[in-house]
Each structure stands twice: as structure tokens, then as C-alpha cells.
Ligand binder design. Structure first.
Ligand SMILES: [Zn+2]
Ligand SMILES: [Zn+2]
Length: 246
């Protein structure tokens, strides 16, 4: 029984309100998921969320599904949170390490976004170490990423799935937003896998894309951006072409 239910029992109102017992506040649930994931590197479980919000697990599950439907997060089996961008519960080729927290970095875009989103709230996250391997040749790469400017490097980011289809299967999409040693490693990978070239960004373009994409995501009242509709943002950070719907 939740504390609210106990109050209702005490006041004799339980029977009348049982049918409409505690409905989880979906925005509160969203913020709780995002903040826990950001602060710990791990998504909260349904049971943990129910405990913190004083709700039933069925209500939490319903709220999570609503959030997944509106693309605030991605759910796996048994309503487990797989992604709440830029945090990921599954490895997609990147690790991101601050002085005291370790995240699976989601994709290249998400990994570069973490210090921008968390730098103000978590002192240790203002600079992170982003690490990955080249999908073509397996060479390791790592950069210190912070908010002062793009890291140095000749590597190139490649996004396979166009903006209009990024949410068709977002885990697949993020899994194919990777960093390669060079244009020639990317060409070798495209030839080997039979994939069609998507969009190529240098580290500066990737950093600018990531810098403000997730602004305010940990706050109440956040309005999410849909990649295909965010044309002003994409133009402002220097992107162009049909891949972005521009
Ligand atoms: Zn390579
Ligand atoms: Zn991603």
C-alpha cells in the first residue's frame, strides 16, 4: 500500500477512490528516469521508480510505455529502460567516463553530448573521456570531451540512418552512429557491410551537433526535439542536405 492509499484509508475515502488510485505523474517519472540514469550511469528499475514515486509498479509500467510512445525513452523486455538519450543501458560501441561515473555512451552524438548536459550539475562530468573502436579496423580511439570546444582529431563520424527514420528503430540507429579512423576506413566498412553512405561529420561538426541538442532534458517541462523536425537547430550547427531534411 502506498502512503497516499494509507491516507485515504484513514480518512475513509479509500473505497471511493480505489478505482482511480494514484496515477503516476508522467513528467515526474520522466525526470526521475533521466536524472537517475545521468547521475549513476544505470537506468532505474520499475520497482525503484515505484518506490521513489510512491506509485504501484503497474502505474510505473504504464507511464514508461507512455514515455516510450512519445519517444522520451526506449524500452526492452519487461519494460526495462534501454535508452533515455543520451544515456544507454546497453553497449553501442562507446564508453564515457567522468572522474566518478561510467556510462555506456549510446552513439557518437550521445557520447559527445553527455558533458554538455551534465557538466553544470555534476562537477566531474564537465570533462569526460569518450572511448570507442573503429568499426572498420578495430583501432582504439579516445578523446577528452568538454564544453570548451571540439577535441582535436582527424577521425570522422558516420551516421547511417537519415533523420526522418532515426526513430524507426532507435537502438539500431544509435548503433550505427559511429566514429572511424578516417574516410578510407569508412569506405572500407561501407564496402564490407554493403551499407549505403549516410552522413559524414568531422569532430567539430559532431561536437557542435551534440552541444545543445539535449539542453534542459533533466528539467521539468522539457520539450523534446524530433531529429526530422529540428531544421533550425540542424542548420544553425552547420548541417545540410536531404539526410537531415534540409
Ligand atoms: Zn579504422
Ligand atoms: Zn544516439
Amino acid at each position: 500500500m502506498t502512503p497516499v492509499d494509507r491516507d485515504r484509508l484513514a480518512t475513509g475515502g479509500f473505497q471511493a477512490t480505489l478505482r482511480h488510485a494514484v496515477t503516476v505523474d508522467v513528467e515526474q517519472l520522466r525526470v526521475q528516469v533521466y536524472r537517475t540514469f545521468a547521475e549513476t550511469g544505470q537506468p532505474p528499475s520499475v520497482e525503484e521508480l515505484a518506490e521513489v514515486l510512491g506509485a504501484e509498479t503497474t502505474e510505473v509500467r504504464g507511464g514508461l510505455r507512455q514515455l516510450a510512445q512519445s519517444r522520451h525513452l526506449s524500452l526492452g523486455a519487461d519494460d526495462a529502460i534501454v535508452m533515455a538519450h543520451p544515456s544507454s543501458a546497453v553497449p553501442l560501441g562507446f564508453s564515457v567516463m567522468s572522474s566518478d561515473t561510467l556510462w555506456w555512451g549510446g552513439c557518437a552524438w550521445d557520447s559527445f553530448a553527455l558533458p554538455h548536459l551534465l557538466g553544470d550539475q555534476m562537477r566531474g562530468a564537465a570533462q569526460v573521456l569518450v572511448a570507442t573502436t573503429c568499426p572498420a579496423c578495430n583501432r582504439p580511439h579516445a578523446w577528452n570531451v568538454d564544453r570548451s570546444g571540439p577535441p582535436e582529431g582527424e577521425q570522422v563520424a558516420h551516421f547511417l540512418i537519415p533523420a526522418a527514420h532515426m526513430w524507426d528503430n532507435v537502438v539500431h540507429t544509435c548503433g550505427h552512429q559511429r566514429l572511424f579512423c578516417s574516410a578510407s576506413c569508412l569506405e572500407a566498412w561501407l564496402a564490407r557491410t554493403g551499407n549505403v553512405r549516410g552522413y559524414v561529420l568531422d569532430l567539430g561538426a559532431l561536437w557542435r551537433l551534440a552541444a545543445h541538442w539535449y539542453d534542459d532534458r533533466l528539467e521539468y517541462g522539457y520539450t523534446r526535439r524530433e531529429p526530422a523536425d529540428a531544421t533550425d537547430y540542424m542548420r544553425a550547427v552547420g548541417l545540410s542536405g536531404s539526410f537531415w531534411g534540409l
